[in-house]
Design a protein around this ligand. Structure first.
Ligand code: SIN
Ligand code: FE2
Length: 217
């Protein structure tokens, strides 16, 4: 039998970096569960394939997205929102697999946030050149729950900004298995991803995959 995530978490020799009060980087935290994560992801994308959403301003996002959980984050000409129905299939999003939920909860607890109950996992897929400009996660109904963000596959540089868009952002290289947790005083910090460089990872091929767990409703 494999160790549960909680036992893994207990054994985990945290290469832990506190970025600021409320924000923690857990290096390699997701790596022990990589096989189960990619197996669950393959099942999700057969039901809800990756797609490039259109921003309210009419631009096609370079990052391809899908979701699992009770809600999904979507964008179109009408705006950004959470929806219980996948607009492509008109069906509910795939349920959040246990391996995702357990990982998100264990990471949140390691970052100082107990009782995290995410109802959304936004799955972002980056190919070379894809980027996410500086933004705040603020489409959620409340901000008391943290954000848990899991990096998989090829590396990327995370921009970790301040509470104002113009605040200088630090660059944090993220690699396969790294997990960022931010909440409390850091919950509304600006963040983004620099254009991803070409690469190859045995589990994700030419892609970077990011799982972002949130409590939307
Ligand atoms: C996001 O901010 O939604 C994703 C960040 C990432 O890909 O690491
Ligand atoms: Fe975000």
């Amino acid at each position: 039998m494999t160790l549960s995530l909680f036992e893994d978490a207990a054994l985990y020799q945290a290469r832990r970096e506190e970025l600021c009060p409320g924000a923690t980087l857990l290096r390699g935290f997701a790596a022990p569960n990589e096989a189960a994560i990619f197996e669950a992801l393959a099942c999700i994308v057969t039901q809800a394939p990756f797609r490039h959403l259109i921003t309210p301003g009419g631009f096609r996002m370079s990052v391809a997205m899908t979701n699992c959980g009770s809600y999904g984050w979507v964008s179109d000409r009408a705006g950004y929102r959470y929806d219980a129905i996948d607009p492509e299939s008109n069906k509910p999003w795939p349920r959040m697999p246990d391996v995702f939920l357990n990982l998100a909860q264990a990471a949140a607890a390691n970052g100082g946030f107990d009782d995290f109950e995410p109802d959304v996992c936004l799955v972002n897929r980056y190919e070379a050149g894809a980027r996410l400009s500086l933004h705040q996660d603020k489409n959620e109904r409340g901000f008391s729950a943290p954000i848990v963000s899991v990096s998989l596959g090829i590396p990327a540089v995370f921009l970790w900004g301040g509470s104002r868009r113009e605040d200088k952002a630090v660059r944090i290289p993220l690699t396969h298995g790294d997990v960022m947790v931010w909440g409390g005083p850091a919950r509304l910090r600006y963040h983004g991803i620099l254009p991803v460089k070409e690469g190859y990872h045995p589990l994700s091929g030419v892609h970077r995959i990011n799982l972002t767990f949130r409590k939307a409703i």
